[in-house]
Design a protein around this ligand. Structure first.
Ligand SMILES: Nc1nc2c(ncn2[C@@H]2O[C@H](COP(=O)(O)OP(=O)(O)O)[C@@H](O)[C@H]2O)c(=O)[nH]1
Ligand SMILES: [Mg+2]
Length: 403
């Protein structure tokens, strides 16, 4: 993992599915962070948050968060979100906004596919009679677009790949990795994918089109894992939600518009509500109109109670925790009082892949600290830990380096 690289989630889907609503609901909450590690963030790029229990409670200290925020013992760890340009069928052939879409896709670590679960928009996002369109069609369509894009990159150079492998004894893995370097697909993902297909890696000249497509599909699964937000639950049939969930895992029933409405009501001081929670409290019933009360009751009954929240925060957290397999780790420089050089307590929270070691954490902080890594200490126990220790969620770690 590169130093300072922030996890990036792409919101994808056809027009009118609710991507921008989801984006706004995840990136415009009042949770501001002082020094977040991103410099420029364009109109369709924002910061969203993953919640973690802040170790300050367990350690009985007061924290001074720096790259994240702590609210009532919950740490909000930043990730980046891109609202990817609307996707239309045939994007991989350069149709519509295809190329812009693919360029943004390239940068994403994982995707949230926002699906209009109500079936009231067709495959291109045009409004149709409610429930006329089968939303499960959208799932295959999006996977196909990405798969065919990856296939196209390989297929274009297949002749030269074959030559390099069969005449020059190069490894197929290396040749395919070279073709995908610009897309940020790791060699490890390609290796896993190739092995899974059981195709003959010594004889790529024998492969037909469907073999290359099969490899592209495996690489898509490895490098761009997808979570589905079955959006517009407020106007969707339960049957549609079930159908989508059956076809794709993970799927999270979502009400992006409801999330936005709750946040607005919270900002106006009508309710107490924290994004991600499954309930809210009306602060002053006399302040809201009968109409507003009805709207809030509808959201409570049909979304929050039924699906345990609006699903927006859950989609983000499931993507990071379950699809990307990430944990939160807290590096410190003084393990006796959990501070950095400035004396700030538990200043930073980093997302790392499960299975990461202390050296991976060092790499995430700064390449120089990794290069001059000596050893690490678990601040909670005060003990030195071995270099191959797998870090756990909530660990507080001191890296000792000669940097
Ligand atoms: N009923 C309902 N409408 C929604 C929901 N989320 C988004 N919409 C509506 O769907 C339309 C398209 O939303 P938008 O976010 O612009 O979709 P995008 O084209 O995918 O970015 C707008 O009219 C939204 O208000 C939802 O959860 N429920
Ligand atoms: Mg939009």
């Amino acid at each position: 993992m590169e130093a300072g690289k922030v996890t990036l989630i792409g919101l994808v889907g056809k027009p009118n599915a609710g991507k921008s609503t989801f984006f706004k609901a995840s990136t415009s909450s009042d949770v501001e962070i002082a020094n977040y590690p991103f410099t420029t963030i364009g109109s369709n790029r924002g910061v969203a948050f993953i919640r973690d229990e802040c170790p300050h409670k367990e350690l009985d200290v007061k924290c001074d968060p720096n790259n994240s925020r702590c609210i009532n013992g919950t740490r909000f760890v930043p990730v980046q979100l891109i609202d990817v340009a609307g996707l239309v069928p045939g994007a991989y052939k350069g149709k519509g906004l295809g190329n812009e879409f693919l360029d943004q896709l390239r940068q994403a670590d994982a995707l949230i596919h926002v699906v209009d679960a109500s079936g009231s928009t067709d495959l291109k996002g045009n409004p149709v009679e409610s429930d006329e369109h089968d939303p499960t069609e959208d799932i295959g369509f999006l996977e196909n677009e990405i798969k065919m894009w990856l296939y196209g990159i390989l297929n274009e150079k297949w002749g030269s790949i074959v030559k390099k492998v069969e005449n020059e004894n190069n490894k197929l893995l290396d040749e395919i990795s070279n073709k995908y370097t610009g897309i940020g697909i790791k060699k490890r993902s390609i290796k896993l994918s190739l092995n899974k297909t059981q195709l003959d890696q010594e004889k790529p000249s024998k492969w037909n089109k469907s073999d290359i497509v099969e490899v592209a599909e495996e690489i898509r699964k490895q490098s761009k894992p997808i979570l589905i937000s079955a959006n517009k639950v407020d106007i969707s049939s339960e049957e549609n939600i079930k159908k989508i969930t059956k076809k794709h895992q993970p799927t999270v029933p979502t009400g992006a518009k409801a999330e936005l409405i709750l946040q607005k009501a919270e900002k106006k001081g009508y309710i107490n509500y924290v994004p991600g929670e499954s309930s809210f409290e009306i602060i002053e019933p006399s302040k809201i109109t009968e109409e507003q009360k009805k709207g809030l009751d509808f959201i409570k009954e049909n979304i929050l109670d039924k699906y345990d929240g609006t699903g927006v925060q859950k989609s983000l957290e499931k993507t990071v925790r379950d699809l990307l397999n990430m944990i939160v780790v807290y590096p410190v420089e003084d393990e006796s009082d959990y501070t950095n050089k400035q004396g700030e307590t538990l200043p930073d929270a980093y997302l790392l892949k499960k299975g990461s070691t202390p050296k991976d954490l060092a790499r995430k902080i700064h390449s120089e600290i990794a290069d001059k890594y000596l050893y690490a200490k678990d601040a909670k126990s005060g003990r030195r830990i071995s270099d191959d220790t797998e870090l756990k969620n909530g660990d507080v770690i001191k890296i000792v380096s000669s940097a």
